[in-house]
Write a protein that binds this ligand. Structure first.
Ligand SMILES: *Cc1c(COP(=O)(O)O)cnc(C)c1O
Length: 347
């Protein structure tokens, strides 16, 4: 059970500041005449500011996840949560964060934007996590460890015990980005945030839920961490259209389950179909909605497909991913088009 002093890793200026108090902070509830927010009285309902605390949406998400509302932060995509974690807990020009390599590019970009140095620890050759090496890379200026499980672009789930070892032994926050967890045979780490106040789990509605366009991501953590993020977010960071679209989507939850099942069975079909091509050297195991494939000619295949209107991601310049393409699992028809096109590729 990891317990750290959240206050001691919060930036001084942020710990000491008063948050912006919006009109909707000072008055909540039903009223017949709202003259407090300088809104336009016409063009209802979009004339009104959204609930800055997204209470109804958080209650619904709490119902689905069994996590208390006050342990949930909602952001304009998970990317907002990632950026706010840097801004709240890292001292520009002084702190560092540790992450794995290869992984999702946003951690490093946000580090640079916030003038925080970014330490990368190479995964093992089989893409497994080297917990000891991550812990060795950390020092007293390390505020956050960023992990991603299932990892992008390597597609594998990280070993639960190794992640817990880092949570237990690291003195700052451990962020586990679970954007792809719904495609894995794992419940993920939401159930661990109660016991470890330095664990932050990121989830998103962009992948399994099919809602990338509305930009809605979640961070789950001890309420003390969530309070800090809430304090520095833009007051109305989740707009009305997003909140309403997600409330509607949560009512139709069953479709997500069907989509996930289809995507997983298509993933395994795609693995078999891709495995028949000589120019595909290796298809890595996947706990996500994409396959990382090692090819004899990543650039050639990428360009060949692109010219036929099929776009995949060239990851061949990423650490440990020489010759690799990352292919998202599409609809059955899209996957068939991919395979039909590839069968005409001449190495
Ligand atoms: C796609 C993805 C996300 C989602 O980001 P949003 O901003 O919520 O759309 C987060 N983390 C990883 C690793 C991803 O691949």
């Amino acid at each position: 059970m990891a317990r750290i002093n959240i206050g001691s890793i919060t930036r001084d200026n942020i710990r000491n500041m008063l948050p912006y108090s919006s009109a909707r902070d000072e008055f909540q509830g039903q009223a017949s005449v709202l003259l407090d927010a300088n809104e336009n009285p016409f063009n209802a309902p979009l004339n009104r500011y959204p609930d800055p605390h997204q209470r109804i949406l958080k209650e619904r998400i709490s119902g689905v996840t069994q996590i208390d509302s006050d342990s949930i932060f909602l952001g304009n995509g998970s990317d907002e949560a990632i950026d706010l974690l840097f801004r709240a807990f890292c001292e520009p020009g002084k702190s560092n964060v540790v992450s794995i390599d290869p992984s999702y590019g946003m951690y490093e970009v946000c580090a640079h934007v916030n003038d925080v140095s970014f330490r990368k620890v190479l995964l093992n050759d089989d893409f497994s996590l080297n917990a000891e090496a991550v812990l060795r890379a950390a020092d007293k200026e390390s505020r956050i460890v960023f992990l991603c499980s299932p990892n992008n672009p390597t597609a594998n789930l990280l070993d639960y015990k190794s992640v817990l070892q880092i949570v237990n032994d690291f003195g700052g926050l451990v962020v586990v980005d679970e954007a792809y967890i719904d495609f894995a045979a794992s419940r993920g780490m939401l159930g661990d945030i109660k016991q470890h106040n330095n664990l932050v789990v990121l989830r998103t509605f962009s992948k399994a839920w099919g809602m990338a366009g509305i930009r809605l991501g979640m961070a789950f953590a001890d309420k003390e961490v969530i309070t800090v993020l809430d304090k520095i977010k833009y007051p109305y960071n989740i707009n009305i259209l997003t909140q309403e679209a997600m409330l509607k989507r949560l009512v139709e939850m069953e479709s997500s389950r069907d989509w996930i099942e289809t995507i997983i069975s298509e993933r395994e079909k795609l693995r078999l179909d891709l495995g028949r091509f000589d120019f595909i050297v290796k298809i890595y195991p996947s706990d996500a909605n994409f396959l990382l494939v090692k090819t004899t000619d990543a650039k050639g295949i990428y360009n060949f497909l692109k010219n036929r209107g099929v776009i995949v991601r060239d990851r061949s310049r990423v650490s440990l991913c020489e010759g690799c393409l990352r292919i998202t699992v599409g609809s059955p028809d899209e996957n068939t088009q991919l395979i039909n096109n590839l069968s005409e590729f001449l190495p």
